[in-house]
Ligand binder design. Structure first.
Ligand SMILES: [Zn+2]
Length: 422
């Protein structure tokens, strides 16, 4: 083990204790390829971690990056000119899977290994490229062009897939690949037993697992917990996550994986109990509470996703979408409801004034009032100004990146509406 791993670990401790945003936690400081263990290169680019294992038969690369792929290629090539033997893609998300081109353009012909579901994921991406561009703009709060592949030749199709477990030997070394569903249904984590190193992909990222994303396809909380427990059981001395800082030390790795798994199991248990008790979705979400001995651990901070969103995803998985309020089974359009609320209130001003009054004491209710005002009176300036102020304030108070992004989407919509009114 080199000094780098020690430094990474102590930096990790500092960052984790001070909280910080998702991107601060993701940033390991290793933008140049650095050895974190013997013959093990690690770097962070595109906010994702890349690992290159040097073996006597060439490199085994875990994940590939995306936009910064040329830089990743250059960085690894600064350290080694060994051929690229094998690429393992931990899951088909853009930031992990779409960085192979510089290697291929340089003439490398690696074997590409992934879970068998990654192929189906890519086929879905091809069918839903515009949708994915839209929901990612909302999630990350940006209007910028997002590149989303939609042509067959743009995808890193694996040539080797597996279903449950695959053991490969490269340069006389063993790499064990395991599948557990988590954020995706095509997740792979990699255990290198001779090195004592585990690469978790996004099954461990040092914060509350992202399994409740409001706009995205089903996530798998229980299987995610299974995966974390399996990772905890291998006895790794170094954990290299898909995002964020490496973790060193068998006990620390085990503890963090098990606490994270227990957190997920607690949310699942509370949600299923709520469903069995016949509670409405809103009552289930309001009742979710992370037990204190788990919530105090910074590596389950809800920085990206929220426990309430995870509960919703569990409800969706096991139940239907109807939320328990009969009027919402076949509802009037929100704009029509809003117009009627404005009419009953005697105009827009009472809604706007009340929203501003409630902005601190009940921001959720303030958001409803502001949204009704803007939906019911889309040409009214003060309604949109109210949305901007109320949703900005609410977004600022949220620590979960996804919640902030979607709340500030309302702000951007009203800013656009205001621009057209001028
Ligand atoms: Zn990721």
């Amino acid at each position: 083990m080199t000094n780098d791993a020690d430094k990474a670990h102590s930096k990790d401790k500092i960052d984790v204790s001070v909280g910080g945003t998702v991107l601060e936690r993701y940033f390991t400081g290793k933008t140049e390829a650095a050895y974190v263990a013997d013959n093990t290169l690690f770097l962070t680019a595109d906010y994702v971690n890349l690992i290159a294992f040097e073996t006597s038969d060439g490199l085994v690369l875990v994940d590939t990056g995306m936009v910064e792929a040329p830089k990743i290629f250059d960085e690894i090539r600064k350290k080694t000119d060994a051929p690229l033997h094998t690429v393992i893609i931990t899951h088909g998300h853009m930031d992990h899977a779409f960085g192979l081109n510089p290697w291929l353009e340089a003439g490398e012909k690696p074997r590409i290994i992934a879970h068998e579901n990654m192929t189906r994921r890519f086929r879905t991406y091809m069918r839903l490229a515009p949708m994915n561009i839209h929901i990612n703009r909302v999630q990350f709060g940006m209007e910028a062009d997002i590149h989303w592949p939609d042509k067959e030749e743009q995808f890193p199709w694996p040539d080797t897939t597996y279903r449950e477990q695959l053991t490969i030997r490269v340069g006389g070394e063993t790499f064990e690949l395991y599948h557990h569903k988590g954020e995706t249904d095509d997740s792979t984590w990699v255990w290198a037993p001779e090195r004592g190193i585990v690469c978790t992909g996004d099954l461990y990222v040092g914060m509350l697992p992202y399994c409740g994303n409001p706009q995205k396809v089903q996530r798998y909380a229980e299987e995610w917990a299974d995966g974390l427990e399996a990772i905890a059981s291998v006895g790794a001395e170094l954990l290299l996550p898909g995002h964020g800082h490496p973790i060193k030390g068998k006990d620390e790795i085990r503890k963090r994986c098990l606490i994270t798994a227990e957190t997920l199991r607690s949310i699942v248990k509370q949600t299923l109990e709520g469903l069995n008790a016949g509670k409405t979705h809103e009552d289930i979400m309001a009742s979710i509470k992370i037990p204190e001995h788990l919530a105090k651990e910074p590596y389950v901070d809800p920085l990206y996703d929220k426990p309430e969103f995870i509960a919703r995803a569990i409800i969706r998985r096991y139940g239907g979408w109807w939320n328990g309020f009969s009027s919402q089974l076949l509802p009037a359009k929100m704009a029509d409801q809003s117009k009627e609320i404005i009419r009953l209130a005697g105009g827009i001003e009472p809604l706007v004034d009340r929203a501003r009054e409630l902005i601190d004491s009940d921001p959720a209710l303030a958001c409803h009032l502001a949204e009704w005002a803007a939906l019911g009176a889309p040409d009214n300036r003060s309604a949109h100004e109210c949305v901007i102020d109320v949703f900005n304030k609410r977004a600022e108070s949220e620590i979960a990146l996804i919640a902030r992004g979607i709340l500030s989407h309302a702000v951007r919509k009203s800013q656009k509406a205001l621009a057209t009114l001028e």
